[in-house]
Design a protein around this ligand. Structure first.
Ligand SMILES: [Mg+2]
Length: 102
């Protein structure tokens, strides 16, 4: 089992153990991704472009950003799982499309 499958399985078990699967419709998960993406963006709100670079951020700020990245990624893995999307294949497919476009 690769790392993506391991993470997907852990997130699935987390939801199942809390009886949250009923809430994890694709619509709700897509909305959760948007909400968490907003929380990630809020971490950068009011920073200058230079101030957003990693060497300018405090350890505490970097931790907050890291945890918001995790929130977005957790919901992305969960949405992919619910829809039966293979994340690695989807990324490779999209990168191939991008190679042809740019
Ligand atoms: Mg969050």
């Amino acid at each position: 089992m690769d790392q993506i499958e391991n993470l997907t399985s852990s997130i699935r078990d987390f939801a199942k153990n809390r009886d949250w699967e009923k809430f994890h419709t694709p619509k709700n998960l897509a909305m959760a991704i948007a909400g968490e993406a907003g929380e990630l963006a809020a971490e950068f709100q009011w920073l200058t472009p230079e101030g957003s670079n990693s060497d300018q951020l405090s350890d505490e700020k970097l931790k907050d950003i890291r945890l918001e990245i995790a929130d977005v990624q957790i919901y992305l893995f969960r949405l992919a799982d619910v829809l039966g999307v293979n994340v690695a294949q989807a990324v490779l497919e999209k990168m191939e499309i991008n190679e042809g476009r740019f």
